[in-house]
Design a protein around this ligand. Structure first.
Ligand code: PGA
Length: 248
């Protein structure tokens, strides 16, 4: 049985006390998992306490962004070494909020993911088109441009350790989940592009308005290995449901 990932992106929503309380509630449902992989991405300030709570459990903790550089004069940034000190095993890079709210370019995003990988953490490299890009039928072109930035700076075999998250911007936090047809089409495009030009990635996640109601059917789509979940990961009841669905 292949792994199915539930990656919780808590964004800037929980204080350390709140993130700890939520982690404590999730913990018992993760003691006997067979295929669900539960990865939590709290704010950096919550990582130390979440990390302590999950110690000895199969849950993994990671960051919502990471600096590609190992060390130095990079005000406001956090390095892989700093994250590893608190038990992080992965980092999200290129989330659409980083790209579109904070203006991170394709290249800047790719450098973060490459640095993350080369310093021993698994990057979850997010890609996705805006609504107007989909309407103009530019989805594949945009995704290819975002992927190429990373393909240009990594060796083909390095993609084995990269996770890709397809997150259409118009589906994030809107309640408008992508249709199963769109997810299938795009995940196949991502898989075949990487398999042909590099090597198949470790996993391809779908993100954007995932809920316990739609997660089961999404997981059945070819080349979907799990979900990157924002809103529905913030309540114990719904993230526990997502974990059960991924473990089934
Ligand atoms: P959402 O967010 O599940 O709230 O749509 C997903 C994400 O931004 O990763």
């Amino acid at each position: 049985m292949t792994n199915q990932f539930v990656v919780a992106n808590w964004k800037m929503n929980l204080t350390a006390a709140e993130a700890s309380a939520l982690t404590q509630e999730i913990l018992p449902s993760c003691s006997n998992l067979s295929r669900a992989q539960v990865w939590l991405a709290p704010s950096d300030t919550s990582i130390p306490s979440v990390s302590q709570i999950i110690r000895g459990s199969p849950i993994q903790v990671g960051a919502q962004n990471i600096c590609g550089e190992p060390k130095g004069a990079f005000t406001g940034e956090v390095s892989a070494t700093m994250l590893k000190e608190f038990g992080c095993t992965f980092a999200i890079t290129g989330h659409s909020e980083r790209r579109h709210v904070f203006g991170e370019s394709d290249l800047a995003t790719a450098k973060r993911a490459a640095g993350c990988l080369q310093q021993g953490l698994t990057p979850i490299f997010c890609i996705g088109e805006l609504l107007e890009e989909r309407q103009r039928e530019q989805t594949e072109e945009v995704l290819y441009r975002q992927l190429s930035a990373l393909m240009k700076i990594l060796e083909p075999q390095e993609f084995e350790n990269i996770m890709i998250a397809y997150e259409p911007c118009w589906a994030i936090g809107t309640g408008h989940v992508a249709t199963l047809e769109i997810i299938e089409e795009v995940h196949s495009f991502i898989f075949s592009t990487l398999k042909t030009e590099m090597t198949a990635p470790k996993a391809i996640l779908y993100g954007g308005s995932v809920t316990p109601e739609n997660f089961g059917p999404i997981l059945k789509v070819k080349h979907v290995d799990g979900g990157l979940v924002g809103g529905a990961s913030l309540k114990a009841e719904s993230i526990i449901q997502l974990i059960r669905i991924a473990d089934a």
